[in-house]
Design a protein around this ligand. Sequence first.
Ligand code: PNW
Length: 477
Amino acid sequence: SAAFNLKPPAFPPKDFVFGCATSAYQIEGSAWNEDGKGKSIWDTYAQTPGNIGHNDTGDVACDHYHRYKSDVQLFKNLGVNHYSFTISWTRILPNGRGPVNKKGLQFYKNLLGELHAAGITPICTLYHWDLPQALFDEYQGWVDRKVVDDFKHYATVVFEELGGMCSFWSTMNEPGTFCVRKRFGEGEGSRLKSKSTWDPSAPLKCLHNALLAHASAVKIYRDGNYPGRIGVITDGQVYYPLDPTSAADADAAQRAMTYYFGWVNHPIWNGDYPPRMRKELGSLLPTFTAEEIALVKGSSDYYAFDGYTSGFATLDPTCNPKNSSSVSTPTNYNNGILIGSPTQGGWNFQVPDGFRAALNYIHEQFSPPVMYITENGMAVLNEAVLPIDRVLDDANRVDWYRTYLQQLRAAIEVDKLPIKGFVYWSCMDNFEWADGYSSKFGVTHVNFATQQRTPKKSATFLKDVITKGHNLDHWYP
Ligand code: PNW
């Protein structure tokens, strides 16, 4: 009867890319010496006592290097049709360049073979912050233009060896973040050695070289006629004026978004850096030649967005863009009102409507033909002290994903954005950079003492959405 006229599940649309993500250093373990692997800057950084809480390291992490077969079965049980992972440069080229380490390559061939057998499509990223230590020792990494040639060589080797097994590539994860943002900067070349002698142009040089390295790798891939698509994964946050009635705050919000999204993406989609950055930063901002502008422009087949949270922006009269280490207008998440529901992962407020706004901002600014969300997620702290049933009953993470997917659905159905996929962070708990193992983003719990994996309630929710479809209104496990 009419009373039981149930609506069909409305989400996701047909052929939607639905996946989960990890990164090499955060899950693989076998840190720096197994099967010929060389050391990355993250091995060095985390192995140096005092840098990470509890002196946590990625030496073992999820031991994924040894457990990839059962992990692929785990991912299959999560219901995902895609899996996004990253390749460790120092497994392939232990010293950053020079002879190829066959065993390191074989690991990724085995992993890709296992994914194909499980019917999971791989999304493969060349670089997620684990720069070869040898290149850092030689020239401080991304701040030096030499990195472009080394990255080209690395990309050439990987495409030749793995290009036939993966057809969805990204050159790097969040170049803006590994070049500048404080939380992650510890692991990045421009900061590691010389915290006391901070050079404000370092992040700008780093990103400049990262853009050239990315675009050069894309050219190699396209010239090689590999049958796939390639681009770059970038993050961003929408900023709202702290005082909604203030024109200065409105401008500060626009400025902050230009410095976050536009700095990286304007060169890729529109050519060159945003005019506002050029004007404000002057000679501090590196310049592209005409050929380099042409190389970088159009160097992504899709826009891949890592979207987590949003913030407030206000005009800070003391902020001099030329010596701001964040090259961004200061933001204030909490000036009497919160931008969204707080989560235990301090910076990561739950702002689902800001997520939709970010997707619209991206489309307005850059008009990409296809968009993907390549990371989104929520952390819980100190799970170790909670009883396991409490950890697995992660109702707030279910709410996070349900509300973000509602907004994603509105962005597709109402705003008509060309969004073709959503990849969540993360498939399983892992090494959360500066936070070590105190912060957990996984929908699968990992007991780091036993390596036992147990899906949380959020894994079941996402699996229901992916495999059965869902209206996202309410979800009862
Ligand atoms: C991601 N923000 O980056 C990284 O790619 C992952 O490696 C990491 O584990 C994950 O964050 C969780 O921290 C970010 O908008 C992207 O503030 C965006 C933001 C922060 C981190």
